[in-house]
Design a protein around this ligand. Structure first.
Ligand SMILES: Nc1nc2c(c(=O)[nH]1)N[C@H]1C(S)=C(S)[C@@H](COP(=O)(O)O)O[C@H]1N2
Ligand SMILES: [Mo]
Length: 430
């Protein structure tokens, strides 16, 4: 709550504040935001004058919650699905509540889920990972075997190639959870895939890898050996604890920067071959049908992308005009994010946002724009640029290049229409 004579939302000071804050890329020195003035409480704010229960009585002891859960006041912070999107929950998706999160790490219980045949519930002592095909020594690993290989910890985003797919032809879903929530960013612990392949001994003809899941869909994808030997991980921990069943417990493949479908969960087999297998998920699915009837295939790296998570349709501005924190996420399968720009006027003018927190290759980046909202309508957009120089396109630019048939690989610029009452709507300004 902004109050007092110096409130940032006042006339001339507001305009100069806006100018200043824009000039400084949002990192402006902010005057007049000391919170509610103390005098407001002089009438007797019961939040101050009354002794509250939590102040009067002892709380639960240390063993009341052996596995901690969020406060009951955070009960809205959950994954959500879009019921009409799929016929059945076992081959479906739900979405990360991006508008409720901050920083760059997605908590384990909020990582979106995408299953093709439900969640496999696997007893780790019964799980095996096999390496076969063009290797000197076909091998089978137990989970205990895997844990004797050298471990690494790395933070990566995973984005489903279908993320934002419903928005290709125009704006459709009202909330960044639904338009952009098929992404999460987690610290994985595991062993580089390279070590396991070296243990088996690659034959020189071995140029491709087939990764297969142990779930009822037996998810299978072809991965070029170059990538497998470069930075892929076989991971069994996420954010420090065991993978959640939804995320592939006891072990999954991590394919940094590349489309989520390749990150095979419940990983049970790696076959080495001399060519791709042309599986269903790399032919009929996860391909983009161009206007000329040809399909783009094997487009693995996820393109540079960003979205403003707050304010957004599920997170309206409730404080009225004045000082406002806009924030969002940016990521690229090509490496680090170099810059994020924010527009308040549908892409006519751009202001460089402030990136805060770790800047890691193929991880999400958190950006902020601290600005003074004058209460007028705005068209909020963000545009990310990665370290390879790729610039997030407008949706028109994307459609000009790829046509109108696509679902997958939509990294177009998102627009939120901020209305005078602080509500927001998903619209397209291209
Ligand atoms: N075994 C198996 N692996 C899988 C899938 C699956 O259905 N089965 N879905 C894939 C898809 S399409 C995506 S986007 C990611 C989703 O990972 P998440 O559920 O951890 O978010 O897992 C991939 N790995
Ligand atoms: Mo996916």
């Amino acid at each position: 709550m902004i109050d007092g004579p110096e409130r940032a939302g006042d006339g001339a000071s507001r305009r100069s504040f806006l100018k200043r804050s824009l000039a400084l890329g949002g990192a402006a020195a902010l005057a007049g935001i000391g919170g509610r003035r103390a005098s407001a409480a002089e009438g007797g704010d019961p939040a101050i004058t009354e002794v509250q229960d939590w102040n009067r009585y002892l709380g639960d002891g240390v063993d009341a919650r052996p596995y901690g859960l969020p406060s009951p006041y955070e009960s809205e912070v959950v994954r959500r699905d879009v019921p009409w999107l799929t016929a059945d929950a076992t081959s479906s998706v739900n979405f990360t509540p991006l508008h409720e999160l901050d920083g760059i790490i997605t908590p384990n219980g909020l990582c979106f889920e995408r299953h093709h045949a439900g969640i496999a519930e696997i007893a780790p002592q019964e799980h095996r990972l096999m390496i076969n095909g063009l290797v000197d020594r076909p091998l089978v690993f137990t989970m205990d075997d895997l844990k004797r290989f050298p471990r690494e910890n790395r933070i990566y985003f995973l984005e489903c190639a279908a993320n934002t797919g419903m928005e290709w032809r125009g704006s459709q879903l009202n909330g960044c959870q639904f338009t952009h929530g098929m992404v999460h960013c987690v610290m994985y612990t595991g062993t580089p895939l390279r070590y396991l392949l070296e243990e088996a001994g690659l034959k020189s003809a071995g140029k491709w890898l087939l990764a297969e899941g142990a779930d009822a869909s037996a998810m299978t994808r072809s991965i070029p050996m170059e990538k497998a030997l470069d930075d892929c991980l076989v991971a069994w921990k996420m954010n420090g604890e065991a993978l959640r069943p939804e995320q592939g417990y006891p072990v999954r493949l991590v394919v940094p920067g590349w489309e989520g479908n390749m990150w095979v969960k419940w990983l049970r087999r790696l076959e080495v071959g001399d060519q791709p297998w042309q599986q269903r998920e790399e032919t009929s699915k996860y391909t983009d049908l161009l206007a000329n009837g040809e399909a783009r295939r094997f487009t693995w790296a996820m393109d540079v992308k960003s979205v403003i998570t707050n304010p957004s349709p599920q997170a309206p501005i409730t404080h009225g005009r004045g000082r406002t924190v806009a924030t969002g996420l940016a990521w690229s399968g090509n490496g680090r994010i170099k810059r994020v720009d924010v527009s308040l006027d549908g892409g006519r003018n751009w202001i460089e946002a402030r990136i805060d927190g770790p800047s890691l290759p193929m991880a999400v980046h958190r950006f902020y724009l601290d600005f003074d909202w004058d209460g007028s309508e705005l068209f909020l957009q963000s545009r990310a640029i990665d370290e390879k120089g790729f610039v997030q396109p407008t949706k028109d630019e994307l459609r000009a290049a790829r046509g109108e048939n696509s679902i997958y690989h939509n990294n177009g610029i998102q627009t939120w229409w901020l209305q005078k009452d602080g509500a927001l709507e998903n619209v397209e300004v291209s």
